[in-house]
Design a protein around this ligand. Structure first.
Ligand SMILES: NC(=O)c1ccc[n+]([C@@H]2O[C@H](COP(=O)([O-])OP(=O)(O)OC[C@H]3O[C@@H](n4cnc5c(N)ncnc54)[C@H](O)[C@@H]3O)[C@@H](O)[C@H]2O)c1
Length: 345
């Protein structure tokens, strides 16, 4: 069985990926500094699954640590997810954001390159690398924003335009990851992810909005909508994303050096108001919200064109928002005490 090393493996996407690979009988090396609230609980959950799990506590800012890991292990694939993940935090502390996201990714690439080993390297980038996209015409349809003339969404030929320290640090990392395929022939692949949601996501107001709304609705936390709530995102249930990671690892020679836009695509979108409506229906109660000004850089619409991933990897989203939100909400309801412990309430 293969060895899969996952940085940020105790985070939301990381623990779901680790769980999948453990269940399939692989050895999984989780690398995490456990800085994210809830990460220790995700790790405990993973330990409870059984299987060949190794945990290496450490920080991707520490090059020596990563080098030693590459000496100790011989991974078939490295999934690089460890990151500072919130735009708002990146604005408050751009240096830490840069060190974790840009330097941390560079450290990882260098640790792999200098090890002489050639694992597949998957990098979780973000749709924020495309910036505000102000030239794209937005219209209002059925009470929410929509692209006037982009039926498939935004594809990978879109010009890069890094906004916010987070956009810059992830964007720099995205470009380094691609360049290491070009210059050093490392088998790397970049996924520019839209909103990913699902179980074991300790969503907070600043990051992970689908989970945050669900958690806040169940725990009775106040919800603020920045803007008018008509903003639309394509959303992807975490298990669909992990299907894609698996396919990319299996076909790394075909996709190395490529970047893919990854999200729910035009068929799996949600507006903030539509999500609240679904939650109200599922919970059978009115969810009070208050409104505040738009946050700088908030896009009215983002929908990824996912046809490249479909074409090259035969992948497509399979879990629609109705099903995904219900699964997420069930997890939130089953874990009220845990979520209150980490997120208050
Ligand atoms: N969730 C989304 O909607 C989304 C969208 C686009 C991109 N991404 C990217 O996907 C990746 C995973 O996101 P997530 O939602 O699982 O976030 P997460 O915060 O749940 O997971 C990140 C993990 O990295 C760990 N970590 C943070 N800094 C670290 C450091 N310096 N060294 C080692 N570990 C560190 C945290 O403890 C956490 O467990 C991130 O790179 C993020 O930028 C996520």
């Amino acid at each position: 069985m293969a060895e899969i090393l996952i940085t940020g493996g105790a985070g939301f996407i990381g623990c779901n990926a680790a769980g999948r690979f453990l269940r399939k009988g692989h050895r999984v090396v989780v690398v995490d500094n456990l800085s994210r609230k809830g990460a220790d609980s995700n790790l405990k959950w993973l330990e409870g699954l059984g299987g060949d799990l190794r945990f290496e506590k450490g920080d991707v800012r520490d090059f020596e640590f990563l080098s030693q890991l590459m000496e100790k292990y011989n991974p078939h694939a490295v999934i690089h997810l460890a990151a500072q993940v919130a735009v708002t935090t990146s604005v408050e502390d751009p240096r830490t954001d840069f060190e974790v996201n840009a330097l941390g990714t560079f450290n990882l690439l260098e640790a792999v390159r200098t090890s002489g080993k050639r694992p597949a390297i998957l990098f979780a980038s973000t749709n924020k690398v495309y910036g505000a996209m102000e030239d794209i015409e937005i219209v209002e349809r059925n009470g929410e924003y929509a692209y006037s003339d982009l039926p498939f969404g935004v594809d990978e030929s879109r010009q890069l335009d890094f906004h916010s320290p987070y956009g810059c640090s992830k964007g720099a990392a995205d470009q380094y990851v691609l360049d290491y395929a070009r210059i050093y022939d490392l088998p790397t692949v970049v996924f520019r992810q839209s909103c990913i949601y699902g179980t074991r996501q300790f969503g907070v107001e600043d990051q992970g909005w689908v989970a945050w709304f669900s958690i806040a609705a169940v725990l009775g936390h106040p919800i603020t909508i920045y803007g008018d709530g008509k903003q639309v995102r394509d959303v992807l249930f975490v298990e669909d994303l992990i299907d894609l990671y698996e396919k990319a690892i299996a076909s790394i020679d075909t996709v190395k050096g490529e970047a893919f836009n990854v999200g729910g695509g035009p068929e799996n979108t949600l507006s903030l108001l539509r999500l609240l409506g679904k939650l109200e229906k599922l919970l059978g109660k009115k969810i009070p919200v208050s409104y505040a000004d738009w946050r700088p850089g908030d896009q009215k619409v983002f929908i990824a064109d996912v046809r490249k991933a479909k074409k090259m990897l035969g992948w497509k989203p399979t879990i629609c928002p109705d099903e995904g939100v219900e699964r997420l909400l069930r997890w939130v309801q089953d874990n009220r005490d845990l979520l209150s412990k980490y997120l208050g309430g």
